[in-house]
Design a binder for this molecule. Structure first.
Ligand code: NCD
Length: 307
């Protein structure tokens, strides 16, 4: 496929055929019981997970994926315990990790950090979230989940809802959905709309997203509702966060405006934007979505670290 040895910093680093091929491999890795089939394709390999910012799913699913491929992992989930606390630069940290591992999975609070790391590292760098920038591996698993839940990765009307300004998952996902022929609507409270450069990437890919603060305007014919958390850690102060939080609550009253079979996704963690009462709906797919992360990250690690 030609992905061997490459970085994945932003979604645009992969062309459509490369995305299709990774997701086809992810599907093939799903066993009859629905769980990932272990392989030994990366036996002896070492994946470094360097997480300078909080994570549950992304780090654990990358580590699970590496182990299921026969590779091992090293790294940290709390940068306070590393030489960063002594003032070491990101560049020096990834230079050192380049000597100890075969690929780096990096999460960092600064937008642009993954690009800087890729420039300094001598091994592939995979962006696992750079501040309010991008989160391309989440977008891959989101597209995979839409294909699995809806039967097609294109031709869906996908409503992206919540903090679209700071939510890095939607910055990677929206243009990817546009590339695959989906129709897009963006619903965000005032001040938290999708950044114009992301909307421009959607337009360049042939979609014309509808933008509104009112979900009722777009839900009636939606196939997928992708909910995001208001990103508390990106707000300058508690009052600004408090004003934005609770704008949309995806409960039965909210969903009354949507088709009964609407697929509900969320990258998680969810706070009160999706109450637990919504979980019992057959098309509340966010936990299946999180499980798919292992399959997709297995396929990606194989492509980057394989022969
Ligand atoms: C997301 C993230 O870190 O950007 N989480 C994840 O990776 N599944 C979403 C979020 O934190 O709200």
């Amino acid at each position: 496929m030609g992905l061997s040895g490459r970085d994945l910093v932003e979604m645009g680093d992969l062309d459509d055929d490369e995305v299709r091929s990774i997701l086809a491999r992810a599907k093939a890795l799903r066993g009859a019981d629905g769980r990932p089939t272990p392989t030994r394709t990366l036996e002896g390999g070492i994946v470094a997970t360097l997480f300078f910012e909080a994570s549950t799913r992304t780090r654990l699913s990358f580590e699970s994926a590496a182990h299921r491929l026969g590779a091992t992992t090293l790294g940290f989930a709390d940068a306070g315990a590393t030489s960063q606390s002594k003032g070491e630069t990101l560049e020096d940290t990834v230079r050192i990790a380049s000597a100890y591992a075969d690929a780096i999975v990096l999460r960092h609070p600064e937008h642009g950090s993954a690009l800087r790391a890729a420039a300094a590292a001598s091994i592939p760098v995979i962006n696992a979230g750079d501040g309010a920038g991008e989160h391309p591996t989440q977008a891959l698993l989101d597209l995979f989940t839409i294909g699995a839940e809806r039967g097609s990765m294109g031709d869906n009307h996908v409503v992206l809802l919540g903090d679209l300004r700071h939510g890095r998952t939607v910055h990677s996902l929206a243009p990817l959905l546009a590339r695959f022929g989906n129709r897009l609507s963006f619903v965000a409270p005032d001040g938290l709309a999708m950044p114009p450069e992301v909307t421009e990437r959607c337009l360049a890919a042939g979609a014309t997203p509808r933008q509104t603060t009112d979900p009722k305007q777009v839900l009636a014919d939606a196939d997928v509702l992708y909910v995001t958390r208001v990103q508390k850690e990106r707000f300058p102060d508690a009052a600004a966060y408090a004003a934005a939080r609770g704008s949309y609550i995806v409960d039965d009253a909210f969903l009354a405006a949507a088709p009964d079979d609407i697929t509900i996704l969320h990258p998680l963690p969810r706070l009160d934007e999706i109450p637990s009462g919504t979980d019992a709906r057959p098309n509340a797919a966010y936990f299946r979505q999180a499980a798919n992360g292992v399959l997709v990250r297995m396929a990606l690690l194989e492509a980057i670290l394989g022969p």
